[in-house]
Design a protein around this ligand. Sequence first.
Ligand SMILES: Cc1cc2nc3c(=O)[nH]c(=O)nc-3n(C[C@H](O)[C@H](O)[C@H](O)COP(=O)(O)OP(=O)(O)OC[C@H]3O[C@@H](n4cnc5c(N)ncnc54)[C@H](O)[C@@H]3O)c2cc1C
Length: 464
Amino acid sequence: MKYDTIIVGGGISGLSALHYLKKLRPSMSVRLFEGADRVGGVIGTDVIDDYACEWGPNGILDKSGLTRELCEQIGAEGLLESANENAKKRFILRGGKLRPAPMSLGSFITSGVLSPLGKLRIFLEPFTSSATDGDESIYSFASRHLGKEVADYLIQPMVTGIYAGSAERLSVRACFPMLYELDKESGSIIRGALARRKRKKLEAKKSQSGENKPERKGSMRLLSLKRTGVQALIERLSETYSDCIQTGCLAKDVTAGVGGSGFTVQFENQESVDCDNLILAIPSYRAEQVLTNLSGKLATATGRIPYAPIAVVCLGYPAEAASRALDGFGFLIPPSEKRDILGAIWTSSIFPDRAPEGKVLLRVLLGGGANPEVMDKSDEALVTICRNELSSIMGVTEPPELVKLYRWTKAIPQYTIGHMDILAEIESEAAKFPGLHLAGNAYRGIGVSDCLGNSLGVVESLPN
Ligand SMILES: Cc1cc2nc3c(=O)[nH]c(=O)nc-3n(C[C@H](O)[C@H](O)[C@H](O)COP(=O)(O)OP(=O)(O)OC[C@H]3O[C@@H](n4cnc5c(N)ncnc54)[C@H](O)[C@@H]3O)c2cc1C
C-alpha cells in the first residue's frame, strides 16, 4: 500500500505531527513508524517507590500556547498542571554559595549573583552597544551587550540549563533569534525591546478594534501533566492514535519512490513502505544514516549538527535531608565555578506529586557540551560525584533512599555558530525532493513546545 504520508520517529515531534495531520489533513492516509518498542523518544517516566523519575524533560514552557491547545484537543486538559510559585525562584552558584538569580527588577537589585559594577554595566547597554554583522557566540554577544560578568554568571548558566552547551560555542542567531534581531534592528537589546513593546501595544489596540486576527495565547509558565509528567502526554497521544502507530520499525534507508514520485522507506526488519510525503522526525545523526542513498549532500549536512551528552541522576531523600530550604526550581552552576555537575532541579519543590509524602526528589544533571568526558565514568562514580556536590552545595550528607540514573550520549542538539547556514543547506537540498520534510529538535528549537511548533509548520505546508 502507498500512504499519503509516513512519519518516521515517534518522539514528541513525530507524535505531534501525526496529531496535526489527523486534525488538519483528515482525508490523508498516514502511518507513524518508530524504531524502538515504545514511542516517546527522550520523554519517559519511571515511577519507583512513588518517586516519579523523568528521563528527559520535566516541564514545558508553553511559549506558543500549543501545549495547552494540544492537551485540550486530545482530552488531556484535566491532567495539565502548572509548576508552583517555587518555579519562579532559581539559584546560581557563585563563590560556592547558592544565590537567587535575578528574575525581576526587584530581585535584580538585591541579587548577590552580580557585583554592583556588573549590575551597572547592564544599565549602560543602550549607550555602549552597537550592531555587528553576522553570527557570533552567545558568550561574545552577551559580553558585548551586557558585560563579561553577566555573560559568565547569568548567561552561561542559562545556556547550560537549556542546551547543556557552552555559550562560547553556541550561536546567538540560532539559539536566541529574538536577541539577534533586536541587535540587528537597533544595535541594543534594551532599545530594541522597548521599540518592540511600543509596536506590540499598537498592534494589540488594532486587534481589539478588530483589525487583526487574535493569536493563540502562550505563557511563560512551566507546564506538565499530573503525577507522571510529560510522559502522560505521550501516553494520551499514543492511545488516541494507536491504530496508526507501528513500533519496532527502525528505518534504515530512504530512496525515491517507484516511477520517481514519492519515497520508499526500507526498515531493518526487511519490510518497506511507499508514500507521497515523508516526515523524518528523527535525530539529525539518524537522518544522516537513512538519507545517504537519497542524497549524499543532504545526509552530510544533517550530520554536521553536533549533540551534547547528559546524565540525569534522580535522587530521593527524606524531606529533612537538606540543611537549606528547597524553596525554588533548583540551581545552575557557571563553568567558572569548576564543579563536576551542571546543576540540580528540585523536582518535588515545583511539582510536589513527583515524590511521596515527606520526601523530596532531586534531579542532578552532569556532562553537557563543555564537560562530555564525565560520561566516561561508571554509574557508581557519577552518583558519588552527585552526592559530594549536593553535600557541599546543599548540605545533603545522608545517602539517598532512591537512585535512578539515565544516560543520553546524544542528548541535546547543539546549535553552534553557523547553525543557520547548515539549516539553509539542509533546506535547499531537501527542497530537491518534494514531499520530504525534516522535523525534530535538531533544526529550529529544542524545547518540547518548539517541537510542536515545527511539526505543526510541516503539516501546514502539506497539500490539502
Ligand atoms: C535530559 C533532557 C532534558 C530535557 N529537558 C527539557 C525540558 O525540561 N523542557 C523541554 O521543553 N525540553 C527538554 N528537553 C528537550 C526535549 O525533550 C526534546 O527536544 C524533545 O523531546 C525531542 O523530541 P523529538 O521527537 O524531536 O526527538 P526524540 O525524542 O529524540 O525522538 C526521536 C524518535 O525517533 C526514533 N528513531 C530514531 N531513529 C529512527 C529510525 N531510523 N527509524 C525509526 N525511528 C527512529 C527514536 O527511537 C525516538 O523515539 C530535554 C531533553 C533531554 C535529553
